[in-house]
Design a protein. Structure first.
Length: 101
């Protein structure tokens, strides 16, 4: 059975280009990690729409058959987000718990 996970990571106060940079860094990290065959990871900007679109942060979606592998991969991406935020001096970031369906 295929499972899909989703995690939202809010990063307040960043400009659109800065979130683009964060997404690019995470995608580069995933290329190095070599995601297991049969699993796909989608990382994209999360937006809110109110009088225009404003970036909120990053969403991580992982699809695959084994929940344990999905959780492990999610934790590695989550740790990378924290590492990038600390390295770049991004003070406020909050990641919601991963949801697997």
């Amino acid at each position: 059975m295929t499972h899909i996970s989703r995690r939202e990571c809010l990063v307040a106060g960043l400009k659109n280009e800065e979130i683009d940079f964060l997404v690019q860094e995470l995608r580069a990290f995933l290329k190095e990690e070599k995601v297991a065959e049969g699993y796909s990871v989608n990382i994209y900007k999360d937006f809110v729409g109110c009088c225009g679109a404003a970036p909120l942060g990053v969403c991580i979606e992982i699809e695959g058959s084994d929940e344990k592998i999905i959780e492990d991969l999610d934790q590695r991406v989550y740790a990378k987000i924290i590492e990038i935020c600390e390295r770049k001096g991004i003070d406020y970031h909050k990641c919601y718990p991963v949801t697997i369906v």
